[in-house]
Design a protein around this ligand. Structure first.
Ligand SMILES: Cc1ncc(COP(=O)(O)O)c(C=O)c1O
Length: 397
């Protein structure tokens, strides 16, 4: 019998496969193999200099201590101002909770709002942590299937059929990881029409809200009456290439925000002070850096989609936002996990199986194009060779 005994709930906790695939890829690299990284969901750009400078200044100025659990007032003011402008709603700093990365907002929301057996409707495929945390905390995760024939935009009509008297939370994520689908304003209005006035909260994960290629960003919180029912999850990780800084935030009603702050007190105490000061510089500074990064992502997206579409057996929609391609590879192998493993082991291309994002991700791969066009081109060439050999072998056996 093992010495350690774990709580039963640990058996219900999932994971983010991206980190596991990254570890496997690194192990292959340690053996001298070349691996192209298309698995991890983070911008490869350096954090812009003026943001790094602001952090260095903050360290020198003594921002090296605890801050209030909700975050420094001046940082919450900068966030409130930014969210208010971008969503067109009034936001008071008391409605803002600053967290170490945006992820804790998922945990805190489910922990604060759901009792055992309460239902949370979440996108499948979708960010794996939604389902993982819901199960962990004894809530009942209810998948809302995203379909390729709707460009992976969650279907409000399907939502209507999923809502029950036990539904407490609905999770939206637009632009969406992993499918790159973007909900239209009409989609959001239809969703709001179902949710408005019911005792249901929407957790709107808008972390990719600034990474869009032409589509207009829309938040459900902007629709009449919906700010009172919505928790916005956002942060600086993706927009400003700051994944390692761990800075994100939630915006909710004052009442809900106060509960989330209680959870901060009981877990992290606060977010690092100098990263909060860096966030102010990012939000109030020149936004040209974001525009340049998005323009470069678009160039890479175009190279990625063109290359994927040229591969026999691969079908791929044009990503409308974020930095992921989600090609349908069913014609090559209906088992996406097997195909992803083959690509890593035989071709040195690290990608994620669609099933890393839920059962309904089967038949797809997720490729992050947060890598150079040269690396993407080389990856596509390796994939072409690997797929050709793979299908030939499958035919022979
Ligand atoms: C949809 C989505 N939400 C939230 C996060 C978490 O962001 P952070 O790194 O700020 O915790 C990610 C990161 O991959 C994501 O893809």
């Amino acid at each position: 019998m093992p010495l350690e005994r774990f709580a039963d709930r640990m058996a219900r906790l999932g994971t983010e496969t991206a980190f596991e695939v990254l570890a496997r890829a690194r192990a292959l690299e340690a053996l001298g193999r070349s691996v192209i990284h298309l698995e991890i969901g983070e911008p490869d750009f350096a954090t812009p200099d003026h943001i790094k400078e602001a952090a260095a200044r903050a360290l020198r100025d003594g921002y090296t201590h605890y801050t209030p659990a909700a975050g420094l007032l001046e940082a919450r003011e900068a966030i409130a101002e930014d969210v208010s402008q971008s969503r067109g709603i009034p936001v008071h700093p008391d409605q803002v909770l600053i967290t170490p990365g945006a992820k804790p907002v998922m945990f805190f929301t489910i922990m604060a709002l759901l009792n055992p057996g309460d239902e949370v409707i979440y996108p499948d495929p979708g960010f794996p942590i939604y389902e993982s945390v819901a199960r962990f905390l004894d809530a009942r995760p209810v998948p809302w299937v995203l379909r390729e024939d709707r460009e992976f935009r969650a279907d409000p009509e399907e939502l209507r059929a999923l809502v029950t008297p036990r539904t407490r939370l609905i999770i939206l994520n637009s632009p969406h990881n992993p499918t790159a689908g973007v909900l239209s304003r009409a989609d959001l209005e239809a969703i709001a029409g179902i949710v408005r006035g019911r005792p249901i909260t929407v957790l709107s994960d808008e972390i990719y809200g600034r990474i869009l290629y032409g589509a207009q960003f829309a938040s459900i919180a902007s629709l009449p009456g919906m700010a009172e029912q919505t928790i916005i999850l956002d942060g600086l990780s993706k927009t400003y290439a700051m994944t390692g800084w761990r800075i994100g935030y939630g915006v909710a009603t004052r009442e809900v925000a106060a509960r989330l702050v209680q959870l901060m007190v009981n877990s992290n105490s606060c977010t690092a002070a100098f990263t909060q000061m860096a966030a102010i510089a990012a939000l109030r500074g020149d936004q040209g850096c974001v525009e340049r990064m998005v323009a470069e992502f678009r160039r890479r997206r175009d190279a990625m989609v063109k290359g994927l579409r040229a591969l026999p057996g691969v079908r791929c929609l044009v990503p409308a936002g974020a930095f992921y391609a989600f090609p349908n590879i069913r014609a090559i192998d209906p088992d996406s996990g097997r195909l992803a493993a083959h690509l890593l082991n035989e071709a040195g291309v690290a990608v994620l199986a669609g099933t890393a994002f839920g059962a309904h991700g089967e038949g797809y791969l997720r490729l992050s194009y947060a890598n150079s066009v040269d690396a993407i081109t080389e990856a596509l060439s390796r994939m072409q060779t690997a797929f050709a050999r793979y299908t030939a072998n499958a035919r022979a056996t």
